[in-house]
Design a protein around this ligand. Structure first.
Ligand SMILES: [Zn+2]
Length: 460
């Protein structure tokens, strides 16, 4: 029997701590040796000379096969995890949605049944609470036991039936605290959104897709983040703002952290790279609609600062992929656009190109933002999020000089447009390993449906 199933030789091994040139030996899905010169034979050797070897990315915010209206977003768990693997992501966290009639656990089990036969990399779920009440709070215990200690609540979307009021969030924070859990929130003020929408609805023809931006000024997010800071402080609980998009939000998170409040935030590549002038494009503007929506250059600037200073420690994508045809159903009404964009496949290359290549962030910080911090925050560390002996062999190998021009048809994401069409990106992996199995081999996807696993999580 060879000593290793796979040996990666002479690569530049990169972690959140730093880099060194060395070899990595893998056996039965785990990293078992990490040294300058590995001894012993291997079933397969990958020579990584001149390449970077990094822990696979962890996208803690994706929505695959997501219900919308009478249909679904176009990427299922197979297509979505394939796109992830091809972009250097080796773990995703999706959502199990509470059915108000059946409860929280039923939603999680149903989602696992859907994901298990499809995923080609590992995954986990957050529990999405849509109707908080006493029985949900009791079910939270069971979710934590199943390895799902993170609960998402919506401060907006009363019209979808997902809204949680302050009392519900307060109670959930207290409850999660007792269980070692965390409350994730979509922080936009429902009442303010509705007020601003009502102001712009009569002028929808005049503004087109840009009304989506006009009807969600920064105040909408800032007020909700501010409220969440108070609620977190008052309960002594643990909270996390998903897809932070505003300068004001970043200021509030920074201040709250200075005061020792246990609140954290993720942002997404689209909020660091795209601005709301895109909505002014008459033909394509509506494609870019997400919630929260793209903001102004000043927000982009402040969010990069937050990423550099450590107030924002996680980059995720909020992937929710629609086709042109699905997006076109808006027919000029900004309140009817399917909200969401593709993202999981381009997360790592975008952040590598515009973060590391452009000299904004050092490589170890990128590893921290996309792999190590998401793993720590979401309770996957040190099984995932690092290259160390005993960790899962979730690894990507990158040729740092190789570039690719983004074309929707050249991506594995199953849609006919990309927000980054024509952009030149570095950092697409040549190899992606999921628990030691090669799923991307010299740039060709070779993964199989169902080879990924549900990963049980526990917050530290
Ligand atoms: Zn989302």
């Amino acid at each position: 029997m060879p000593r290793y199933d796979l040996l990666i030789q002479e690569g530049m091994i990169c972690t959140a701590e730093g880099t060194f040139i060395g070899d990595m030996g893998i056996k039965e899905g785990k990293i078992i040796s990490l040294t300058k010169n590995a001894e012993g034979d291997a079933s397969r050797v990958i020579n990584a000379k001149g390449k970077m070897v990094l822990p696979g990315g962890i996208d803690v915010h994706v929505h695959f096969h997501n219900p919308y209206g009478r249909g679904y977003s176009v990427e299922g768990f197979f297509e979505g995890t394939r796109a992830a693997a091809c972009g250097g992501i080796t773990t995703v966290i999706d959502f199990g949605v509470q059915d108000p009639k059946k409860g929280l656990m039923a939603g999680l089990h149903q989602r696992m049944e859907e994901a298990d036969p499809e995923v080609c990399i590992d995954y986990s779920l957050h529990a999405m609470i849509t109707a908080y009440n006493r029985s949900v709070s009791l079910e939270m215990v069971k979710a934590v036991e199943l390895g799902i200690p993170t609960f998402k609540m919506y401060m907006a979307y009363k019209n979808y039936g997902w809204y949680s009021d302050d009392g519900m969030i307060y109670d959930a924070l207290l409850h999660a605290k007792k269980l070692g859990g965390m409350i994730l929130v979509h922080a936009e003020s429902d009442t303010l959104v509705n007020y601003f929408i009502s102001q712009y609805l009569p002028e929808k023809k005049k503004w087109g897709a840009y009304a989506h931006a006009l009807s969600r000024p920064n105040l909408v997010e800032a007020e909700a983040v501010n409220r969440m800071v108070y609620l977190t402080e008052a309960t002594g609980g643990k909270s996390y703002i998903v897809h932070l998009s505003t300068a004001e939000g970043a200021d509030l998170i920074q201040q709250a952290k200075l005061e020792g409040i246990d609140i954290d935030a993720e942002t997404c590549p689209q909020y660091l790279l795209l601005d709301d002038s895109l909505f002014k494009n008459k033909e394509k503007g509506h494609l870019y609609a997400t919630c929260p929506q793209l903001k102004k250059p000043a927000d982009i600037h402040r969010l990069w600062e937050a990423v550099l200073q450590g107030d924002v420690n996680i980059i995720a994508t909020d992937t929710c992929t629609f086709t042109h045809k699905q997006k076109d159903k808006w027919k000029g009404d900004f309140t009817k656009i399917p909200y969401g964009m593709p993202g999981v496949e381009t997360l790592f290359p975008l952040m590598y190109t515009f973060g590391v290549k452009e000299g904004k962030i050092p490589l170890p910080r990128l590893v921290e933002l996309i792999s190590t911090q998401p793993a720590k925050k979401m309770g996957l560390y040190p099984q995932k999020g690092t290259l160390q002996i005993g960790a899962d062999a979730d690894i990507i190998i990158i040729d740092p000089e190789k570039k690719k021009i983004i074309r929707a048809q050249n991506l594995n994401t199953v849609t006919d447009w990309s927000p980054y069409e024509g952009w030149e990106l570095f950092g697409f992996p040549e190899y992606t390993l999921s628990r030691g199995k090669v799923v991307l081999d010299k740039g060709t996807f070779v993964g199989k449906k169902g080879q990924g696993r549900f990963i049980s999580r526990k917050l530290s």
